[in-house]
Design a protein around this ligand. Structure first.
Ligand SMILES: Nc1ncnc2c1ncn2[C@@H]1O[C@H](COP(=O)(O)OP(=O)(O)OP(=O)(O)O)[C@@H](O)[C@H]1O
Length: 260
């Protein structure tokens, strides 16, 4: 299957300083890539470089078979959705209206959502277990509630490729699992997704592939079952790790303090 996203020798940074030093990756339909790595290593910068919002980028970024620069923004927004780490909703918008913004790239000349768009937005909120946020004022929502709206906005955009920057941050454990479960269900139906995660166990449970990023370089990448292992994680985080097999067969990872 043709890749949705390809980066080759990707270098990106801010000011004079490169943050990414030659990152290669490929994402195909039906793949959920977890990007793991220490703080400040360039995970968000990688997503931002793909979106074209990192201050400078060298190397190749191809989306849906074409160079990124060849895409007209609105056409690209019908295929590529972005779930950022956080947002400050402008005052006066309800939760439903904020989610409906995800339909923007699909709307006609006047930009007015139809009854079908509204039904889709309500259905996604329902699916995520946050239907009650539809009628709440956006500016009055908690950090976790805003995250759920951001995810809903990304899903109603009905993209072919979904980029998620720490989608589980600020969420309780049930919403963390629920969020990745809903993303994975869409991935199993053909979506491609890239999610920056800090929780190795969530990556093990939901990702199909992992990309381990350290100091702006790819330490390892490939299928989750082969790449996500103790030695690679110890090299990634510079910390001893323990692994175990749960009765369900799930692989579990636990960091150990070096002094203990
Ligand atoms: N707008 C910016 N201007 C200058 N430097 C930046 C900017 N954004 C990020 N950086 C720097 O680039 C480096 C990589 O940042 P990035 O946000 O990509 O890391 P990350 O791996 O996502 O980190 P975290 O896990 O802490 O979110 C960091 O050293 C950061 O300070």
């Amino acid at each position: 299957m043709e890749p949705l996203l390809v980066t080759r020798e990707l270098v990106a940074g801010y000011g004079a300083r490169p943050v990414l030093h030659g990152v290669d990756c490929e994402v195909r339909p039906g793949e959920l890539w977890a990007v793991l790595g220490p703080n400040g290593t360039g995970k968000s910068t990688l997503l931002r470089a793909v979106l074209g919002v990192a201050p400078w980028v060298r190397g190749e970024v191809r989306l849906f078979g074409r160079a990124r620069a060849e895409w007209e923004p609105r056409a690209l927004a019908r295929k590529l959705a972005w779930v950022p780490q956080s947002f400050e909703p402008a005052e006066g918008f309800s939760g439903l209206e904020l989610v409906l913004m995800g339909r923007g790239p699909h709307l006609g000349l006047w930009g007015l959502p139809s009854a079908k768009d509204t039904a889709l937005a309500r259905a996604v909120l329902e699916e995520l277990g946050v239907a009650s946020l539809a009628d709440r004022p956006g500016e009055a929502l908690s950090g976790g509630e805003r995250r759920m709206l951001l995810l809903a906005r990304g899903l109603v955009q009905e993209p072919e490729l979904l980029l998620l920057d720490e989608p589980t941050a600020f969420l309780d454990v049930a919403h963390q699992v629920g969020t990745l479960d809903r993303v994975r269900a869409r991935v199993d139906a053909g979506l491609g997704a890239v999610a920056v995660l800090h929780d190795v166990n969530l990556a093990a449970a939901f990702a199909t592939h992992v990309l381990l990023l350290r100091d702006g370089k790819v330490l390892a990448r490939g299928p989750v079952d082969t790449v996500l292992e103790r030695g690679a994680l110890e090299a990634l985080y510079g910390l001893p790790m323990e692994t175990a097999l749960a009765p369900s067969g799930a692989r579990l990872f636990a960091p150990r303090a070096p002094s203990r």
